[in-house]
Write a new protein. Structure first.
Lengths: 237, 149
C-alpha cells in the first residue's frame, strides 16, 4: 500500500511519513520544496496551484495511493486586532483551502480503493487560543468540514480523519509561541512555561506521537469522520 | 448578493455592526448563500473569514460594556452545505480566540447561528444577550438551527 504525505519536510509531516514507512507502507512525500537530501520519492509545489494538484492527482491514480495525509500548514499567531488582511488570507489559504482542494483532487481515487484522507488540524481547531485567532479559524474550519461530511450519506467518498495535535515540539510551534509572545508583550519562555503547566502529560508532544496516531487513524475501518485530539490532555474533546 | 462582474452569486454578505437607540447589542450580520462551486467555497473561507476578522477588530475597539453578537444566517439545506459549516466553525474559533485575547477589555462576544426564517429564535436570543444578566455568556456559539433526525 502507498501513502502520500504532504508537508513532509516539516516536523509532524516528516514523522508521519517515517511512521507509515515503519508500518510497511511505501511513502511518497510532498512539500513546497524538496529538502537537500530527499528521502525516497518527493513531489513538490504549491498545493494552491492547479497544475500541482493535477500532477498529484495523476500520481495518486497511477501509483495506487490508498492513504493521503495532509500534514502541511503555516503558523498564524497574531492578535485579531492587528493581523493584516493579506496574512489572514494567506493562513486560511494555506491551512484550509489547500487541504480542501487536495481532498477534491484525490478523493475519487481514494474512494475507489476504500482509501483514507487524514488532515492534520490542531487542538487550536477545537478550542480558541488568544493571539492565534486566524490560525484557530483555519483549523476550526477543517473540523467543521469533517463533521459536515458525516451529515451526508456516506456514498462514494473516502474515509476521513482529522488529527488534532496539541503543542508538539516542532519549528512551527516555536514560530507560533514567538508570535503569541510578541502579540502579548511577553517572552517566548513565558509562553512555553505557561503552556507546559497546562498539559497534564507534563511535556510537549513528540512528533513520533503524532506519527503513531496518524497510522492508527488511517487503519481504522469506520466510515465515521473520526476527529482525534492528541493533546497530552491540554484540550479534551 | 450577486457579483455583477462575474454573474456569480457571492457566497456571503457581511453587514457592518450596528446598534440603534435603545439597542444595546451590536450585531455583525453574516448572511451565507450556499453558492455551489469551488471558487465560492474558497472565497467564503478566505475573503469571508478575512472580512469577519476586520469587523471583529473594528468592534473590539468599542465600549467594553457593549455586548456583540456575530449573527450568522445559514440557508436551510439537507444535507447542510459543507462550506457553510466550515465557515460557522471558523467564526466559532475566531470569537473564542478574541474573548481569550481581550478578556474584560471588550464586551461579551458570542456567535449565534440560525436559518434566515428563525426570527423568533433570534429575537429571544438578542433580548437575552443584550440584558446585563446575559453578559456571562461570552465566547459561546449558540447554534439555533434545527437538525433533522
Amino acid at each position: 500500500m502507498t501513502a502520500l504525505i504532504t508537508g513532509a519536510a516539516g516536523g509532524i509531516g516528516s514523522a508521519v511519513a517515517n511512521a507509515f514507512e515503519d508500518s510497511g507502507e511505501r511513502v511518497v512525500r510532498h512539500d513546497l520544496r524538496a529538502p537537500e537530501a530527499p528521502d525516497g520519492t518527493y513531489l513538490t509545489g504549491n498545493l494552491l496551484d492547479d497544475d500541482v494538484l493535477t500532477s498529484i492527482e495523476r500520481h495518486v491514480n497511477d501509483e495506487g495511493v490508498t492513504t493521503v495525509v495532509a500534514a502541511h500548514g503555516v503558523a498564524g499567531a497574531q492578535a485579531i486586532s492587528s493581523i493584516s488582511a493579506e496574512y489572514a488570507r494567506f493562513v486560511m489559504s494555506a491551512n484550509t483551502v489547500s487541504v480542501l482542494r487536495l481532498y477534491d483532487a484525490v478523493a475519487p481515487a481514494l474512494a475507489q480503493r476504500s482509501g483514507v484522507f487524514v488532515a492534520v488540524a490542531s487542538q487550536a481547531g477545537l478550542v480558541g487560543e488568544a493571539n492565534n485567532g486566524v490560525y484557530c479559524a483555519s483549523k476550526f474550519a477543517l473540523v467543521g468540514w469533517a463533521k459536515a461530511l458525516d451529515r451526508a450519506p456516506f456514498e462514494s467518498r473516502p474515509r476521513v480523519r482529522l488529527l488534532c495535535p496539541g503543542a508538539t515540539q516542532t519549528p512551527l510551534l516555536v514560530d507560533a509561541f514567538r508570535g503569541m509572545a510578541d502579540s502579548a508583550g511577553v517572552q517566548y519562555e513565558d509562553v512555553l512555561a505557561s503552556r507546559l503547566a497546562q498539559i497534564p502529560a507534563g511535556r510537549l508532544g513528540r512528533t513520533e506521537d503524532l506519527g503513531a496516531a496518524a497510522v492508527w487513524l488511517a487503519a481504522l475501518p469506520t466510515r465515521r469522520s473520526v476527529i482525534a485530539a492528541v493533546t497530552g490532555g491540554e484540550v479534551l474533546a | 448578493m450577486t457579483d455583477s462582474v462575474q454573474g456569480r452569486q457571492a457566497p456571503y454578505r457581511i453587514a457592518p455592526a450596528f446598534g440603534g437607540e435603545g439597542d444595546t447589542l451590536l450585531r455583525i450580520v453574516v448572511e451565507l448563500s450556499a453558492t455551489p462551486g469551488v471558487a465560492s467555497r474558497d472565497e467564503l473561507l478566505t475573503d469571508g473569514v478575512v472580512a469577519l476578522v476586520a469587523q471583529l477588530a473594528r468592534v473590539a475597539g468599542g465600549p467594553p460594556e457593549r455586548p456583540i453578537a456575530v449573527d450568522v444566517r445559514v440557508p436551510e439545506a439537507s444535507p447542510p452545505a459543507v462550506e457553510c459549516e466550515a465557515f460557522v466553525e471558523a467564526a466559532r474559533g475566531l470569537v473564542q480566540s478574541l474573548v481569550l485575547e481581550r478578556g474584560k477589555s471588550i464586551g461579551p462576544v458570542n456567535v449565534v447561528v440560525s436559518h434566515p426564517a428563525q426570527e423568533q429564535d433570534r429575537a429571544a436570543t438578542w433580548a437575552y444577550l443584550a440584558a446585563g444578566t446575559g453578559s456571562f455568556s461570552r465566547g459561546a456559539t449558540y447554534d439555533l438551527r434545527e437538525v433533522a433526525v
